[in-house]
Ligand binder design. Structure first.
Ligand code: SF4
Ligand code: SF4
Length: 75
């Protein structure tokens, strides 16, 4: 299985939650913190360097994001 990871730019995120529902592995949640514009941003729940990552780098989260806040990296 291919592996990847994502980075979410929390200051670009408007907290719409589309990526949270789009991730087939349920790896994204809505943060309880607020960003500078007052939204609860999405946050990725895995560590980039973890060997046990479930992210496949499928990019569904990034494709659905209307604010281009997600970058996808593949191993
Ligand atoms: S790239 Fe795919 S598996 Fe990884 S966080 Fe985004 S939707 Fe989930
Ligand atoms: S889809 Fe984009 S704007 Fe919406 S919560 Fe996810 S990262 Fe934020």
């Amino acid at each position: 299985m291919k592996k990847g990871f994502i980075r979410i730019n929390s200051e670009l995120c408007k907290g719409c939650g589309l990526c949270v529902t789009a991730c087939p592995k349920a790896l994204i949640r809505t943060s309880s913190k607020l960003n500078i514009t007052g939204y609860h941003p999405a946050e990725y729940t895995e560590r980039e360097k973890s060997k046990n990552r479930k992210c496949t780098g499928c990019a569904l989260c990034a494709i659905i994001c209307p604010d281009i806040a997600i970058e996808v990296f593949r191993d």
